[in-house]
Design a binder for this molecule. Sequence first.
Ligand code: ADP
Ligand code: ZN
Length: 604
Amino acid sequence: MEVLRRVFGYDAFRGDQAEIIDTVVAGGDALVLMPTGGGKSLCYQVPALVRPGTGVVISPLIALMQDQVDALSALGVRAGFLNSTQDLTERRRVETAFLAAELDLLYLAPERLRVPDTLDLLGRGEIALFAIDEAHCVSQWGHDFRPDYLRLSVLHEQWPDVPRIALTATATDATHAEIAERLQLTEARHFVASFDRPNIQYRIAPKNTPRAQLLDLLTTEHPGDAGIVYCLSRASVEQTAQYLCDHQIPALPYHAGLDARVRATNQARFLREDGLVMVATIAFGMGIDKPDVRFVAHLDLPKSVEGYYQETGRAGRDGLPSTAWLAYGLQDVVQQRRMIDTSDGDAAHRRRLGAHLDAMLALCETVTCRRVQLLAYFGQASTACGNCDTCLAPPESWDGTVAAQKLLSTVLRLERERGQRYGAGHLVDILLGKATPRVTQLGHATLSTFGLGTDLADGEWRGVVRQLLAQGLLGVDADGYGTLRLTPSSAEVLSGDRTVLLRHEAPKAARAPRAARTSRRGGAPAAVVGLDQGAAAIFERLRAWRAATAKEQGVPAYVVFHDATLREIATLVPATIDELGTVTGVGVTKRDKYGPDILVALAG
Ligand code: ADP
Ligand code: ZN
């Protein structure tokens, strides 16, 4: 507790932190499942400071070790790291410091344990604890598997008396069990936190003109904010980044096809500078602990709820209001179904991918609270949240049985004409009675359903197709044309044995529900929302000071202070250094280092 206040400047532990820390300080093992932003780092950092010796942290995130060490140094914590990016002199320096008991924390890449020298080195120093970060990397079936993690059982064998704490934000029951077994932590205390992220507002909008919709979101709700935009393909990453830059929004691309140096530079800029937008494939993001990411936008449908939750979880680690926004349309469903059908692997693998997609689609099409559905997916019960699009503007549903019958019977008729290929567009043309050249050429104007669907507009029909696909009442061929097919369940609809409930599409639902929009001040970055004018002005001054200071020291802005801390300073306007020291996030080291500057900035 004393360490929490003095070093980190925090007043109270969050959730299970206190109990986890007590367990490890007392020499016990712990397995911790906590969502991103839940505060996992303190769970091993505090015990490392309290127990004699050095806390050894195993982490796969080599690219971020320097930032982690910088952030700790800024707090006055003595930290170092060993990984493959260092030269020999640098490594020797860290090793010497460790042996001289001059390190509180030592970050270690898992592959270092392959080198016998490393185990030998650890054997010659005093170890306070082992922390195994991103512990789900030990899961062979997970998406982040690292073979070197399997080696970690050696820690327990060689140092049976040193407490171990494994941490992860990836949460399904199966992964949990696998981590416990492979790391020999079945005897450890397990802490499973709630996975809710109440400060993130979840929104899923129909995709019309995705880039324009995105631009609207950024200019009306997140001007000047940092955020991540996920796209499926490298080409669309490049184009979207360019589009945003063309519209005066500073954006950087990130995907696996870029040169490693460019990627590293873009990542470093995103972490260090304020207000940059990273447009990326899902290659970007693991371990990014930038606390002030104000929005995560998806321009394409994620492949699974796990992926979606992990990616959106990168927003708002600092607990301030943030947005998770996804644009989703018919093309997404067609494309993903096709990717699954043509994917490598056996039938069981394809079934698994299909089940992941179905869960994601169910989330998109739900008429009830998004958060309730998300948490239920991770096995947690909850009640309507009031902070997602379906809570803020409940969608209406309508009886789409007749519409579905019209559509499905058109598909049935076309299926009888063998060898034909046509996507949703052609079907909708037929229903609307449009005699396009293709319709005429194929003789489809004579079908009995031709012109039978003029009660709905083009966009509404596409919505019907999408929702039928999502509900499994319509299928799609892997032929590259997106040819629509009946499924075994289609017959029940055609025979009238099954009613179909559909969601009403608001034609221009690109924007936030009104309640969400008005809760933010027009045109202001999310970080100053809720501050009065005076405080907002001070906040901006402090932010400018922080940017200059961070640049001078070559560290990310949040290493100096988090937005939440600057907000509190701007509201409190402390008159003395001691008063400044009471602000959350201002520990003794930072108080003494930055205090005088801050007081000057406040007076200015
Ligand atoms: P995780 O690793 O679980 O994603 P972090 O350890 O990075 O999360 O913590 C998320 C944020 O919450 C950080 O900015 C951290 O400084 C802050 N934080 C953690 N614990 C506390 C606490 N007890 N009081 C205030 N802030 C905290
Ligand atoms: Zn809700």
